[in-house]
Design a protein. Structure first.
Length: 243
């Protein structure tokens, strides 16, 4: 008898199904109002690039060709001029070992000297992890570089994904994310978009990468940098604030 009374009391305390659904709807709406932009950010900046990279990587793994690779390469080669050679050799040089890599090191050291340890950790993990990820991915896919013509800046490593594209894009994402809450946000976005585009175009112009290598590098670097940002800053902490 006591057991039956207790069960009846518990049942009476439970909300009706309609009321429960209404409460759930209110909670969900409140959550989306507060955190909806973060979910959209993660979807657009993390999940979509990751999905895009996986799609391209799957085709490369199956040794499939991309219809746009060869036409874009030939179009770039038809543009070849002495002036363009100098421009794109310059952006290719600063896009990795003579520009991006030294700047990466200086950025991490500078943040450490300023005692911005969380920002420095983010930069170190994002930039260093991107380089290691690129090296491992190149060895896994072992895609040969284009050989449509003899390049004026030949490479002898594997092609997929582009290390220049990944390195420049990771650095761009790190700088944009660190500058996002500052007055330098939009100038940084404009400068980094131009820089990343020119580095990527330089590698196609020189004939050492397929356009799909560049696109995959951009996507992989974006997903990696955004993932590092969400982990290091715990989804709610912001750069330059005391934590």
């Amino acid at each position: 008898m006591a057991t039956s009374s207790a069960a009846t009391a518990v049942t009476q305390r439970l909300p009706e199904p309609g009321a429960a659904l209404e409460q759930e709807a209110r909670f969900s709406a409140a959550f989306l109002r507060r955190h909806g932009w973060r979910l959209l950010f993660l979807f657009a900046a993390l999940l979509l690039p990751l999905w895009g990279f996986i799609e391209i990587a799957d085709e490369v793994h199956e040794a499939e060709t991309f219809a746009f690779d060869e036409p874009i390469l030939l179009f770039a080669h038809d543009m070849a001029r002495a002036g363009f050679d100098r421009i794109f050799l310059f952006f290719s040089a600063i896009g990795y070992q003579y520009g991006v890599v030294p700047f990466d090191v200086l950025l991490v050291l500078g943040l450490a000297i300023r005692r911005r340890f969380r920002e420095g950790l983010f930069a170190m993990v994002a930039l260093g992890g991107s380089a290691l990820l690129n090296l491992a991915t190149k060895q896994f896919f072992a895609r040969e570089r284009p050989s449509l013509w003899e390049s004026i800046a030949p490479e002898n490593t594997f092609s997929f994904p582009s290390g220049h594209a990944m390195g420049s894009t990771t650095l761009a994402c790190v700088l944009i994310l660190l500058a996002w809450r500052t007055p330098w946000r939009w100038p940084m976005v404009a400068a980094m978009l131009l820089f990343v585009a020119m580095v990527g175009l330089s590698r196609v112009y020189l004939g050492v990468h397929y356009p799909s290598d560049i696109l995959a590098g951009w996507l992989a670097a974006t997903a990696w940098a955004i993932g590092c940002y969400t982990v290091v800053f715990n989804g709610h902490l912001r750069p330059w604030r005391k934590t």
